[in-house]
Design a protein around this ligand. Structure first.
Ligand code: SR1
Ligand code: MG
Length: 412
């Protein structure tokens, strides 16, 4: 009984759903419906009525960005719904509230965030968001820790891993588009023509490709925690003072450092693309603000992870009982674990920077720079920094070191 909704058919389909009528009003004639989806995959409607507004997100049976030549299972809405309720549980208030889920229609009715704006747009427009790094660091730490066997009972974790293992087609997109396609001439790839020589060099780099494959192995087979799976600035909505994380349909169990690495990459791309978006007077201040958000995100991630380590280690990992007289539950042990997470994050970060320039789905930070003579050198810096992060991961031991390297590449 699945059928894709339109602005015209939506009211008839949803007017009988009590959870929707409660929030919007019971008379569908008084609803106004707008399709506003501009993402790569789904339909998104804003439904406004006398009592309030909701978002209706419906999966399409194909990739919207490409068309029906690329079919994509509707079941992704099921996994997005399950991710949203787990994220809400693990970091209350961080994601939109879900009001209704219809598995057959592959649709989720949820809180309409207003006056929030997609963070990527805000970064292009030079707008600052108070508390952004603290919010994102907490979100990444809480979902990472509480979705792992540091916190979950082993049996519950195994059951959840099995549930999300059904989400095959969506992680497959990441496995190809993020980890593999950037490194060869894949069919759907595209890049700015002026980058041809840089891209040819990059694709000849065997060590780089091997590292990217090693990280793919970790991504595909290391089920440490439930990851959002697509945590970029287009998956965050903010006002000047408040933020939320949206859109977890790429959810899977994966490495603890995946989300934090992808997120850092998207801030670095915002940073490197700024010379095309800001006046000379505003540039340095805004770029430094972006770096301060990265620093705060990463510092908060570590602090919150350690706080949870000390107060919520209820899973099978590193149990206090095992180390009774040896103080293995100390800050040092946690710091060692965090150091490994950081190393993974740095490598994932470099790979995400590459794919947004070379693979199918680019980002607006660079893509909105129409003049390719301006865009190409900025993208070249982005590729070079990505390569540095992948090849010299071990030398980048702290967030400070990462920011210093980012400043160096920005000045090249
Ligand atoms: C075909 S989907 C392309 C990209 O959009 C999503 O937001 C993910 O980032 C994916 O890689
Ligand atoms: Mg998305």
């Amino acid at each position: 009984r699945y059928s894709p909704l339109t602005a015209e058919t939506l009211a008839a389909q949803l007017s009988q759903v009590a959870a929707v009528a409660d929030r919007v009003g019971s008379d569908p004639d008084k609803w106004s419906v707008k399709e506003v989806g501009d993402g790569n995959l789904n339909l998104v409607f804003i439904v406004e009525g006398p009592k309030g507004s909701v978002i209706v997100k419906q999966a399409l049976p194909y990739v919207r960005l490409v068309g029906d030549s690329w079919p994509l299972p509707l079941y992704r809405a099921f996994f997005e719904y399950h991710a949203l309720i787990r994220e809400a549980d693990r970091d209350p208030g961080a994601v939109p509230e879900v009001f209704h889920f219809d598995e057959a229609q592959a649709l989720i009715v949820m809180e309409f965030l207003s006056p929030h704006k997609i963070l990527r747009r805000k970064l292009i427009d030079g707008e600052k968001v108070e508390g952004l790094g603290a919010f994102l660091g907490r979100f990444c730490a809480r979902t990472a820790f509480r979705g792992s066997e540091l916190s979950m009972k082993s049996a519950d974790k195994k059951q959840d891993v099995a549930l999300f293992a059904g989400n095959v087609a969506i992680p497959a997109i990441t496995e190809a588009l993020v980890f593999t396609d950037p490194y060869f001439n894949a069919q759907m790839n595209h890049h700015t023509a002026e980058l041809d020589p840089v891209v040819a060099e990059l694709r000849k780099n065997v060590k780089l490709k091997s590292r990217a494959q090693r990280m793919l192995m970790k991504f595909a087979s290391n089920t440490e925690t439930m990851v959002h799976g697509d945590l970029h600035s287009g998956s965050i909505m903010s006002t000047a003072t408040e933020s939320r994380v949206i859109d977890p349909e790429f959810v899977q169990y994966g490495p603890l450092g995946f989300d934090i690495g992808m997120l850092t990459a998207n801030f670095l791309m915002a940073y490197l693309s700024q010379p095309a978006h800001r006046s000379a007077e505003a540039l340095e201040d805004y770029q430094e603000w972006i770096l301060s958000v990265i620093e705060e995100t990463l510092a908060t991630f570590d602090e919150e992870f350690l706080r949870l380590w000390k107060s919520e280690r209820t899973g099978m990992l590193y149990p206090a009982s095992l180390f009774e007289d040896q103080d293995q539950s100390s800050e040092e042990t946690c710091a060692e674990l965090l150091a490994g997470i950081w190393q993974d994050a740095v490598a994932f970060c470099g790979i995400e920077m590459h794919r947004r320039t070379l693979s199918l789905a680019h980002n607006a930070d660079f893509e909105t720079i129409e003049n390719t003579a301006i865009r190409a050198p900025l993208e070249a810096r982005n590729l070079a920094l990505g390569t540095e992060l992948i090849l010299n991961t071990g030398a980048i031991r702290t967030p400070r070191a990462l920011l210093e390297i980012a400043r160096q590449f920005n000045a090249k």
